[in-house]
Design a binder for this molecule. Structure first.
Ligand code: C2E
Ligand code: C2E
Length: 179
Protein backbone atom coordinates (compact mmCIF):
# COMPACT_ATOMS: atom_id res chain seq x y z
CA UNK A 1 0.00 0.00 0.00
CA UNK A 2 1.16 3.51 -0.73
CA UNK A 3 2.04 5.81 2.16
CA UNK A 4 -0.12 8.98 2.12
CA UNK A 5 1.88 11.99 0.98
CA UNK A 6 1.60 13.88 4.30
CA UNK A 7 3.02 10.86 6.15
CA UNK A 8 5.81 10.49 3.58
CA UNK A 9 6.78 14.16 4.12
CA UNK A 10 6.70 13.69 7.88
CA UNK A 11 8.89 10.58 7.72
CA UNK A 12 11.33 12.30 5.37
CA UNK A 13 11.63 15.25 7.74
CA UNK A 14 12.59 12.88 10.56
CA UNK A 15 15.52 11.46 8.54
CA UNK A 16 18.37 12.86 10.70
CA UNK A 17 16.88 11.03 13.67
CA UNK A 18 17.77 7.72 12.05
CA UNK A 19 21.50 8.43 12.42
CA UNK A 20 23.38 7.24 15.48
CA UNK A 21 26.93 7.57 16.78
CA UNK A 22 29.90 9.23 15.07
CA UNK A 23 29.20 11.44 12.05
CA UNK A 24 31.70 13.52 10.07
CA UNK A 25 31.63 17.23 11.02
CA UNK A 26 29.64 18.32 7.94
CA UNK A 27 27.04 15.54 8.25
CA UNK A 28 26.63 16.41 11.92
CA UNK A 29 26.12 20.13 11.18
CA UNK A 30 23.72 19.38 8.31
CA UNK A 31 21.66 16.97 10.40
CA UNK A 32 21.34 19.17 13.46
CA UNK A 33 20.77 22.22 11.23
CA UNK A 34 17.94 20.39 9.42
CA UNK A 35 16.36 19.38 12.72
CA UNK A 36 16.41 22.98 13.98
CA UNK A 37 14.63 24.11 10.81
CA UNK A 38 12.02 21.39 11.07
CA UNK A 39 8.77 23.09 12.05
CA UNK A 40 7.06 19.72 12.56
CA UNK A 41 9.15 19.12 15.68
CA UNK A 42 8.46 20.84 19.02
CA UNK A 43 9.97 24.31 19.46
CA UNK A 44 12.86 24.30 21.94
CA UNK A 45 12.26 20.60 22.60
CA UNK A 46 14.32 18.97 19.88
CA UNK A 47 17.24 17.94 22.01
CA UNK A 48 20.44 19.05 23.68
CA UNK A 49 23.78 19.97 22.08
CA UNK A 50 26.79 19.32 24.35
CA UNK A 51 30.47 20.04 23.72
CA UNK A 52 32.87 18.12 25.95
CA UNK A 53 36.61 18.73 26.36
CA UNK A 54 38.63 15.76 27.58
CA UNK A 55 40.78 15.82 30.72
CA UNK A 56 44.49 16.36 30.04
CA UNK A 57 46.11 13.19 28.76
CA UNK A 58 43.06 11.91 26.87
CA UNK A 59 42.75 12.72 23.17
CA UNK A 60 39.28 13.32 21.74
CA UNK A 61 39.75 10.38 19.42
CA UNK A 62 40.28 8.20 22.50
CA UNK A 63 37.28 9.75 24.28
CA UNK A 64 35.19 8.91 21.21
CA UNK A 65 35.94 5.22 21.63
CA UNK A 66 34.08 5.47 24.97
CA UNK A 67 31.08 7.24 23.44
CA UNK A 68 28.45 4.64 22.47
CA UNK A 69 25.01 6.19 22.11
CA UNK A 70 22.40 3.42 22.23
CA UNK A 71 19.54 5.62 21.02
CA UNK A 72 18.87 6.39 17.35
CA UNK A 73 19.07 10.14 16.82
CA UNK A 74 22.00 10.61 19.22
CA UNK A 75 24.98 11.71 17.13
CA UNK A 76 28.54 12.81 17.85
CA UNK A 77 31.40 14.50 16.00
CA UNK A 78 34.96 15.65 16.73
CA UNK A 79 36.72 18.96 16.17
CA UNK A 80 38.84 21.65 17.86
CA UNK A 81 39.69 19.24 20.66
CA UNK A 82 36.00 18.89 21.56
CA UNK A 83 33.62 16.01 21.32
CA UNK A 84 30.23 17.43 20.30
CA UNK A 85 27.09 15.40 20.95
CA UNK A 86 23.50 16.03 19.91
CA UNK A 87 20.99 14.12 22.03
CA UNK A 88 17.65 13.98 20.26
CA UNK A 89 14.62 14.87 22.40
CA UNK A 90 16.68 14.74 25.57
CA UNK A 91 15.44 17.32 28.08
CA UNK A 92 17.98 19.44 29.87
CA UNK A 93 17.30 18.00 33.39
CA UNK A 94 17.89 14.53 31.89
CA UNK A 95 21.29 15.33 30.42
CA UNK A 96 23.29 13.48 33.07
CA UNK A 97 21.02 10.44 32.78
CA UNK A 98 21.54 10.33 29.03
CA UNK A 99 25.33 10.77 29.38
CA UNK A 100 25.38 7.85 31.85
CA UNK A 101 23.69 5.71 29.20
CA UNK A 102 26.22 6.75 26.59
CA UNK A 103 29.57 6.52 28.43
CA UNK A 104 30.69 3.39 30.31
CA UNK A 105 32.82 5.50 32.71
CA UNK A 106 31.85 8.49 34.86
CA UNK A 107 31.73 11.48 32.51
CA UNK A 108 33.74 13.62 34.98
CA UNK A 109 36.62 11.12 34.69
CA UNK A 110 36.81 11.62 30.91
CA UNK A 111 35.89 15.28 30.42
CA UNK A 112 36.93 18.35 32.38
CA UNK A 113 34.75 20.92 30.67
CA UNK A 114 31.29 21.01 29.16
CA UNK A 115 29.18 23.52 27.27
CA UNK A 116 25.47 22.96 26.70
CA UNK A 117 22.88 24.47 24.33
CA UNK A 118 19.20 23.45 24.44
CA UNK A 119 17.01 26.11 22.81
CA UNK A 120 16.55 26.08 19.02
CA UNK A 121 18.07 29.55 18.53
CA UNK A 122 21.13 28.75 20.69
CA UNK A 123 21.70 25.43 18.95
CA UNK A 124 21.25 26.96 15.49
CA UNK A 125 23.75 29.73 16.36
CA UNK A 126 26.31 27.19 17.56
CA UNK A 127 25.84 25.18 14.35
CA UNK A 128 26.60 28.35 12.35
CA UNK A 129 29.85 28.69 14.36
CA UNK A 130 30.66 25.02 13.82
CA UNK A 131 30.10 25.28 10.07
CA UNK A 132 32.58 28.17 9.95
CA UNK A 133 35.39 26.04 11.37
CA UNK A 134 38.28 25.26 9.04
CA UNK A 135 38.32 21.62 7.85
CA UNK A 136 41.93 21.29 9.15
CA UNK A 137 40.51 21.41 12.67
CA UNK A 138 38.11 18.50 12.13
CA UNK A 139 39.35 15.26 13.64
CA UNK A 140 38.88 11.74 12.39
CA UNK A 141 37.98 8.84 14.65
CA UNK A 142 40.41 6.01 15.28
CA UNK A 143 39.80 2.93 13.12
CA UNK A 144 38.55 0.93 16.11
CA UNK A 145 35.71 3.43 16.75
CA UNK A 146 34.23 2.89 13.31
CA UNK A 147 34.05 -0.85 13.97
CA UNK A 148 32.70 -0.65 17.52
CA UNK A 149 29.15 -1.75 18.18
CA UNK A 150 27.07 -0.27 21.02
CA UNK A 151 27.86 -1.91 24.33
CA UNK A 152 25.70 -5.03 24.23
CA UNK A 153 26.36 -6.53 27.64
CA UNK A 154 24.84 -3.78 29.67
CA UNK A 155 21.48 -3.06 31.09
CA UNK A 156 20.06 0.17 32.51
CA UNK A 157 18.23 0.43 35.77
CA UNK A 158 16.93 3.49 37.55
CA UNK A 159 20.16 5.06 38.70
CA UNK A 160 23.08 3.06 37.50
CA UNK A 161 24.25 0.96 34.68
CA UNK A 162 25.27 -2.60 35.33
CA UNK A 163 27.17 -5.02 33.26
CA UNK A 164 25.20 -8.16 32.59
CA UNK A 165 27.49 -11.07 33.43
CA UNK A 166 28.12 -13.38 30.53
CA UNK A 167 29.41 -16.92 30.88
CA UNK A 168 32.87 -17.50 29.48
CA UNK A 169 34.91 -20.71 29.48
CA UNK A 170 38.60 -20.15 30.06
CA UNK A 171 39.82 -23.72 29.60
CA UNK A 172 37.75 -26.60 28.38
CA UNK A 173 38.29 -29.86 30.24
CA UNK A 174 40.26 -32.38 28.24
CA UNK A 175 37.95 -35.19 27.23
CA UNK A 176 37.91 -38.32 29.34
CA UNK A 177 39.97 -36.85 32.23
CA UNK A 178 38.71 -37.53 35.75
CA UNK A 179 37.32 -34.50 37.59
P1 C2E B 1 16.13 3.57 20.32
O1 C2E B 1 15.43 4.81 20.76
O2 C2E B 1 17.07 3.72 19.18
O3 C2E B 1 16.92 2.99 21.59
C1 C2E B 1 17.80 1.87 21.46
C2 C2E B 1 18.17 1.35 22.84
O4 C2E B 1 18.81 2.40 23.61
C3 C2E B 1 16.97 0.93 23.68
O5 C2E B 1 16.62 -0.39 23.35
C4 C2E B 1 17.51 1.09 25.11
O6 C2E B 1 18.35 -0.02 25.45
C5 C2E B 1 18.41 2.31 24.99
N1 C2E B 1 17.66 3.56 25.33
C6 C2E B 1 17.32 4.52 24.48
N2 C2E B 1 16.73 5.53 25.12
C7 C2E B 1 16.70 5.20 26.43
C8 C2E B 1 16.20 5.86 27.60
O7 C2E B 1 15.68 6.99 27.59
N3 C2E B 1 16.35 5.20 28.77
C9 C2E B 1 16.91 3.96 28.83
N4 C2E B 1 17.00 3.37 30.04
N5 C2E B 1 17.39 3.30 27.75
C10 C2E B 1 17.28 3.93 26.56
P2 C2E B 1 15.12 -0.94 23.63
O8 C2E B 1 14.69 -0.61 25.01
O9 C2E B 1 15.13 -2.39 23.24
O10 C2E B 1 14.20 -0.14 22.61
C11 C2E B 1 14.24 -0.39 21.20
C12 C2E B 1 13.49 0.71 20.47
O11 C2E B 1 12.11 0.71 20.85
C13 C2E B 1 14.02 2.11 20.78
O12 C2E B 1 15.10 2.42 19.90
C14 C2E B 1 12.78 2.97 20.48
O13 C2E B 1 12.64 3.15 19.09
C15 C2E B 1 11.64 2.07 20.96
N6 C2E B 1 11.30 2.36 22.38
C16 C2E B 1 11.44 1.52 23.42
N7 C2E B 1 10.97 2.09 24.57
C17 C2E B 1 10.55 3.33 24.20
C18 C2E B 1 9.97 4.44 24.94
O14 C2E B 1 9.74 4.40 26.18
N8 C2E B 1 9.66 5.56 24.23
C19 C2E B 1 9.90 5.65 22.89
N9 C2E B 1 9.59 6.81 22.26
N10 C2E B 1 10.44 4.64 22.16
C20 C2E B 1 10.75 3.50 22.81
P1 C2E C 1 12.23 10.04 27.99
O1 C2E C 1 12.73 9.86 26.61
O2 C2E C 1 10.92 10.77 28.16
O3 C2E C 1 12.11 8.60 28.65
C1 C2E C 1 11.51 8.44 29.92
C2 C2E C 1 11.75 7.05 30.42
O4 C2E C 1 11.13 6.10 29.52
C3 C2E C 1 13.23 6.65 30.48
O5 C2E C 1 13.76 7.03 31.72
C4 C2E C 1 13.14 5.13 30.36
O6 C2E C 1 12.76 4.57 31.60
C5 C2E C 1 11.99 4.94 29.40
N1 C2E C 1 12.51 4.86 28.01
C6 C2E C 1 12.50 5.80 27.04
N2 C2E C 1 13.00 5.32 25.89
C7 C2E C 1 13.35 4.03 26.13
C8 C2E C 1 13.91 3.00 25.32
O7 C2E C 1 14.20 3.13 24.11
N3 C2E C 1 14.12 1.80 25.94
C9 C2E C 1 13.83 1.61 27.26
N4 C2E C 1 14.12 0.41 27.80
N5 C2E C 1 13.30 2.56 28.05
C10 C2E C 1 13.05 3.75 27.49
P2 C2E C 1 15.35 7.23 31.85
O8 C2E C 1 16.09 6.09 31.27
O9 C2E C 1 15.59 7.54 33.30
O10 C2E C 1 15.65 8.52 30.99
C11 C2E C 1 15.11 9.77 31.38
C12 C2E C 1 15.26 10.76 30.28
O11 C2E C 1 16.67 10.91 30.00
C13 C2E C 1 14.63 10.38 28.94
O12 C2E C 1 13.28 10.79 28.92
C14 C2E C 1 15.47 11.22 27.98
O13 C2E C 1 15.04 12.58 28.00
C15 C2E C 1 16.85 11.15 28.61
N6 C2E C 1 17.64 10.04 28.09
C16 C2E C 1 18.01 8.93 28.75
N7 C2E C 1 18.80 8.16 28.00
C17 C2E C 1 18.95 8.79 26.82
C18 C2E C 1 19.68 8.50 25.64
O14 C2E C 1 20.37 7.46 25.49
N8 C2E C 1 19.60 9.44 24.64
C19 C2E C 1 18.84 10.58 24.74
N9 C2E C 1 18.78 11.41 23.71
N10 C2E C 1 18.14 10.88 25.86
C20 C2E C 1 18.20 10.01 26.88
Amino acid sequence: RQVPQEIAILLESMQPLKLRGYQPWETFCDSVGALMNNTLLPKDGKGVLVALRPVPGIRIEQALTLCRPPRAGDIVTLGENRLVLFLSFCRIPDLDTALKHIFPLPVADIFSNRMVWYEDAQIAAEIVQMRAMQPEKWSKPLKMTADAAPVASQRHDDNARRRVPTLITLLSEPEGEPR
